[in-house]
Design a protein around this ligand. Structure first.
Ligand code: ZN
Length: 267
């Protein structure tokens, strides 16, 4: 492996949802209170390259699913001086509606995804409403179009996309979920995406209930810990604590953007 490039790493929040805690764990405790969920995309930026990791959902999709956009992903990226239309590499951790929408924003980009995710979203599993519900058919159709316009890049298992940035197959939550590992000034950080929605899912080994294979999801937790330099280098996919633990790049982005390439502060 070549010597890694150091990336700046950001979480960009674009929406939020109130949820009761029992909806966030397979093995429920019905006495738990509220446990809201944040929606993010992520950016890994080096002097040479910028990777956008996931693309969020659009206002239209949000309205259909009763989710409110706080700041649309294009504006969230613009706050970091990133023009979505110029992005060349998008990594899709998995194709759930909240991770793989807004295709009109990224006209120039290649989209990196796992073979198994494409297999999953175009095959028999989607005939089951409980599995297909979290996908938007238009996102899937757009990905098929990218395949034929040579803008889909398929990965199988673990692959380095650039020195200091790699994707890692996990499955579990979906058949083809992948995590992203990024070299930063504080070491290897793992963007778990939906391998761990909340810190609590992974720290307590209590999986999130939207799941294709519970056993693989639990193995994915182990894998995430193994790939990150420490548990403090692991970033869950939907936890509002991310914006509490990591600082904003500047004050007017407080509550919207967090820097993940600096150490988290204790609660
Ligand atoms: Zn998901």
């Amino acid at each position: 492996m070549s010597s890694p490039t150091t990336y700046e790493l950001f979480a960009v929040k674009y929406a939020a949802l109130d949820r009761p805690a029992p909806e966030n764990f397979v093995f429920r405790d019905v006495h738990d209170g509220p446990m809201p969920l944040d929606f993010f995309l992520w950016v890994a930026k080096s002097p040479e390259r910028t990777f956008v990791i996931d693309t969020g959902f659009s206002e239209e999709t949000g309205a259909r699913r009763n989710r409110t956009i706080i700041r649309n992903p294009r504006d969230g990226l613009a706050a970091l001086d990133i023009d979505a239309a110029r992005i060349e590499d998008v990594i899709i951790t998995h194709m759930h509606y909240d991770h793989a929408g807004n295709h009109h924003l990224f006209q120039r980009a290649r989209f990196h995804l796992q073979d198994k995710e494409m297999f999953y979203v175009t095959g028999r599993c989607m005939t089951h409403a409980v599995l297909g519900h979290s996908y938007d058919v238009e996102d899937v159709v757009q990905m098929v179009r990218r395949v034929f316009s040579r803008r889909a890049v398929f990965h199988e298992g673990d692959e380095e996309l650039a020195p200091g940035l790699s994707v890692h197959f996990v499955g579990g939550h979906t058949m083809g979920l992948q995590m992203v590992r990024v070299w930063t000034q504080r070491g290897w950080v793992v963007l778990a995406s939906d391998a761990a929605h909340y810190y609590a899912n992974i720290e307590q080994s209590r999986p999130f209930p939207v799941v294709y294979n519970v056993g693989d999801m639990l193995e994915g937790h182990k894998r995430a810990y193994a790939l990150a330099d420490s548990p403090r280098h692991l970033v869950p996919g939907h936890d509002p604590l991310v914006l509490k633990r990591y600082p904003a790049p500047h004050r007017d982005l407080q509550g919207i953007v967090a820097r993940l390439d600096v150490d988290p502060v204790p609660d």
